[in-house]
Design a protein around this ligand. Structure first.
Ligand code: HXC
Length: 534
């Protein structure tokens, strides 16, 4: 027995060395951690339970029958983050460049299936040269098996990807289906085709960093949600995310104790919104004064800065914040902002995270590029996401709520639960200047004079202020609140909404041929019965 145990220990040590000490040193020399070292940083100390550590590939061509490494280039298993179960895989670049073989894929698929069955998140750490070239199409099948799991798990369990090395070709589509992508500056790359192929096909010269580095994807393409300076920072950031998200779509997010008083008023809020509607201010200053301890976990911070998305706690409870940012493009909604916001809203809705919206939006961005780029269909994504969301929704209008963008930003009409306006708010079809230019176009043209703005009498259209006299008759806002009491009102609102139940009409159903009867036990229609018999 003792001999067997010693042999087991030897094999374990061998597995832990992956592709060998020399390759681990090379990995360190590039500023990268080894696969297990990364898991040590990501998980609670000593919590990793590794599975399939002695698995090897089954390939025999190209001399591979003589080159086998225990674990086959990926460490898989489960562990804990803040004491909560999480499934993990960490690709090992020291073994065939972390490339994906059939056996490697099977290991990943196994922990994904377990995660889905047991309702816990999956964190995947990618560092891979892509398909294991020696295995050919078998490897492509392995990728497809993973893509399918990513899709089936989407919206059911959180899926997080960290790209800590190369991630190329079709391999990019597994992280792309997951909820959040983290990258590290200088060492992560994602592209469908690399610089050489780009050069051949389009004759463009581009470096790996420019084409698919962390900065490119975090600020330009929007593929990455986070770009961190080091792997350790990246892995710590992922740990932090777990303070805001639940284990699965049937659970609530974790509660975080706070000493920040629920009724804390902040006098500074009074002076944040400038009187001049054309003057910018930083909506982050508003957010940080309202949320618990000023801690805003911003998502996509470098992308589409005209909208802010991120997590925070309000009275200890996790919330997703979506906010127009007047400091960037006046907070206008454009294609990138709509897509960014929509994806975030859908994540929050899928995982029972209430939505808090701060609104100061002058409308959708005009322009040929926006129209031809599809602002209509992309803008619709944000509208759709807010309409569809059934989690508690609270909105604060801080200043402008103009045009279609007013409707989109979680308005009362699309099931906003409690919508508050600050006294500085203006709800209108458009800004006053634009309205006058349309309504009095002939008069302005006839006078031969450029319109003076603001006119001497007033700068606002009569219907813009939320405090008309007599008080609001329409239910576009639930109340006009003092800036200072915002935190207390928002916490009270979410408290009131904590047992909210709302739903949407069912849209998908099992076909009767599979289910045996129509949904709800209704008898089959003749067409359905026909299909069943075919
Ligand atoms: C097998 C691979 C490999 C691969 C790298 N290696 N990629 N082995 N299959 N795909 C091995 C190398 O032979 C080398 O082995 C070790 O990993 C390290 O690779 P290096 O090239 O020395 O490292 P580096 O210079 O850092 O370059 C890393 C790299 C490069 C950029 C990833 O290796 C590379 O371009 N690899 C090929 C990438 C690729 O074309 N993959 C297929 C994409 S198509 P030794 O023994 O020397 O340590 C694809 C389709 C997926 O993935 C489709 C899904 C639907």
């Amino acid at each position: 027995m003792r001999v067997k145990l010693e042999h087991l220990e030897t094999l374990r040590r061998q597995a832990e060395l992956g592709g060998g000490e020399k390759r681990i040193k090379a990995q360190h020399a590039r500023g990268k951690l080894a696969a297990r070292e990364r898991l040590d940083v990501l998980l609670d100390p000593g919590s990793l339970v590794e599975l399939d550590r002695f698995v090897v590939h089954r390939a025999t061509d190209f001399g591979l029958d003589k080159e086998k490494y225990l674990g086959d280039g990926v460490v898989t298993g489960y562990g804990a983050i803040h004491g909560r179960l999480v499934y993990v895989f960490s690709q090992d670049f020291t073994v065939f460049g972390g490339s994906l073989s059939e056996a490697h894929a099977e290991k990943i698929v196994k922990i994904m299936d377990m995660a889905l069955k047991n309702g816990a998140p999956v964190v995947g750490l990618s560092d891979s040269g892509g398909a294991r070239i020696q295995e050919g199409v078998v490897s492509l099948g392995g990728y497809a098996d993973i893509f399918l799991r990513n899709t089936l798990a989407s919206g059911v369990i959180p899926q997080i990807s960290a790209i800590l090395g190369p991630c190329a070709g079709g391999a990019v589509y597994s992280p792309a289906i997951t909820d959040f992508i983290y990258m590290v500056q200088g060492t992560s790359y994602m592209f469908v085709t690399g610089p050489n192929v780009v050069k051949t096909v389009t004759h463009e010269d581009v470096t790996m960093e420019e084409l698919g580095g962390a900065a490119t994807h975090a600020a330009r393409s929007g593929v990455a949600h986070f770009a961190l300076k080091s792997e350790v920072e990246c892995l710590h950031r992922i740990r932090k995310l777990f303070e805001y998200i639940p284990q699965n779509n049937a659970e609530d997010p974790p509660y975080r104790q706070t000493d920040d008083p629920f009724d804390r008023g902040d006098e500074d809020l009074l002076d944040l919104v400038p009187d001049n509607p054309n003057k910018p201010y930083d909506m982050r200053d508003v957010i940080s004064r309202v949320i618990d301890d000023g801690e805003f976990y911003e998502v996509h911070a470098d992308y589409a800065g005209n909208i802010l998305c991120g997590f925070a706690h309000m009275g200890g409870h996790s919330v997703g914040i979506v906010a127009n940012q007047p400091a960037v493009l006046a907070g206008v909604l454009d294609i990138d902002a709509a897509v960014k916001g929509a994806r975030f809203v859908r994540f929050c809705d899928a995982f029972n995270i209430p939505l808090l919206t701060f609104e100061d939006v002058p409308g959708f961005l005009p322009g040929v590029a926006q129209e031809h780029g599809g602002i209509i269909r992309h803008g619709a994504k944000l509208l759709y996401a807010f309409c569809e969301a059934t989690v508690p929704k609270v909105t604060i209008i801080t200043r402008k709520a103009y045009g279609g963008a007013y409707d989109v930003m979680s308005s009362k009409h699309i099931r906003g639960d409690l919508n508050y306006a600050w006294p500085t708010a203006e709800i209108a079809v458009m800004g006053a200047k634009g309205a006058v230019e349309i309504l009095y176009r002939r008069e302005i043209a006839g006078s031969g004079m450029a319109m003076r703005w603001p006119p001497r009498s007033s700068r606002n259209t009569p219907n813009a202020s939320p405090i008309p006299s007599p008080p609001p008759r329409r239910r576009f806002v639930d109340d006009v609140i003092d800036h200072v009491e915002t935190r207390a009102r928002v916490i009270s609102a979410f408290d009131m909404l904590q047992n909210k139940r709302d739903s949407n009409p069912p849209k998908a159903r099992q076909h009767p041929a599979v289910a045996g009867s129509a949904p709800g036990g209704l008898p089959l229609t003749p067409e359905e019965a026909c299909f069943t018999l075919r």
